[in-house]
Design a binder for this molecule. Structure first.
Ligand SMILES: Nc1ncnc2c1ncn2[C@@H]1O[C@H](COP(=O)(O)OP(=O)(O)OP(=O)(O)O)[C@@H](O)[C@H]1O
Ligand SMILES: [Mg+2]
Length: 298
């Protein structure tokens, strides 16, 4: 469902997103005292007889970077779609940025940013032009647009490339532009579905660094999905290992590894809790398709 981006953006535009406190990090009380940025209670989604997300109960600390780690078909995108109000849950409930994803869907959309799994930037436009479209969609007031766009470009390391056509960007630059698009309206929670799939290790690392800097400066809570163990290990404060729609384990990467053994890697943790390697789950067709899209634009 790569068309999801416009649904969120349009709704956000309709509701005229109000500036969220950008310097939330300074304003918020210590993390322990702040309510969770995301909470799910028995969240479930079925497609016919298939249970794609099965009774998911999670809590994501405000200001943290949280990873949903699982193989293809584990239910990561379906979870993100429910949390971003794009897909109604079959059962259970979830709160995002203090609002219920079903009863207060509009409010949720105003408070979140979303980087979908498939590419969404327009290759025929420049980075600046892509951002301008999103600034309008998100209802950023005209007087603030320029400043917000240049801030976002600077934050994602794209100032020099602002007036280049996006089809000349590398895959990593496109992903960073999409993150810039998703934070123009200063969301308090940012969802990113496989933000680094198909990127080489250097480009992947650059995305991580920019995401960390974004979190440091804005205090935004970040939920990412990934099937890269290394990404979860290095970038995420906490990780939920998802397998066949269920959470097999949750914790900090350090705690999860320590619980399995002194030398354990996150790979070992995955095998320990699911009985299989992450490589064996699902099909890699979707990931390959995403990768090809990245290369085509790269
Ligand atoms: N709209 C749909 N209709 C029917 N089945 C679906 C639909 N969307 C997802 N599924 C199925 O639900 C399961 C979970 O899919 P989902 O896309 O959430 O997995 P994922 O963890 O994001 O995988 P990937 O790493 O491939 O993106 C899969 O078996 C998928 O085929
Ligand atoms: Mg997915």
């Amino acid at each position: 469902m790569n068309g999801g981006r416009s649904t969120v953006a349009e709704s956000q535009a309709q509701s005229q997103a109000q500036p969220q406190a950008q310097a939330q990090a300074e304003a918020t009380p210590p993390a322990e005292a702040a309510p969770p940025a995301i909470e799910t209670f028995g969240l479930t989604r079925r497609f016919g007889s298939l249970v794609a997300v099965d009774n998911l109960t999670l809590s994501v600390r405000a200001g943290s970077i949280f990873g949903l780690l699982g193989p293809n078909g584990a239910g990561k995108s379906t979870t993100i779609k429910m949390l971003t109000t794009l897909l109604p849950p079959s059962e259970g409930s979830a709160r995002v940025a203090g609002c219920d994803v079903v009863r207060e869907a509009r409010e949720v959309r105003r408070r979140i940013g979303y980087v979908p799994q498939l590419l969404s930037a327009d290759g025929a436009l420049t980075g600046y032009e892509n951002l301008l479209i999103f600034a309008k969609l998100y209802g950023v007031p005209r007087a603030e647009r320029e400043e917000r766009i240049w801030q976002a470009l600077e934050l994602m390391g794209l100032k020099e490339a602002a007036h280049m056509l996006v089809r000349q960007y590398s895959g990593g630059m496109i992903r960073r532009l999409e993150i810039a698009q998703a934070v123009l309206h200063r969301p308090s929670v940012l969802f990113m579905d496989e933000p680094t799939v198909g990127l080489d290790p250097v480009a992947r690392r650059a995305v991580w660094e920019h995401v960390r800097e974004l979190r440091r400066r804005s205090g935004v809570t970040v939920l990412i999905t990934t099937h890269y163990m290394e990404e979860a290990d290095e970038l995420c404060d906490e990780v939920a290992i998802v397998h066949l729609g269920r959470v097999a384990a949750v914790g900090t990467p350090t705690a999860l590894k320590a619980a399995v053994g002194p030398e354990a890697s996150l790979d070992d943790v995955f095998v320990h809790y699911t009985g299989s390697s992450i490589e064996t789950g699902g099909s890699f067709r979707d990931a390959l398709r995403t990768r090809r899209t990245v290369r085509r634009l790269g």
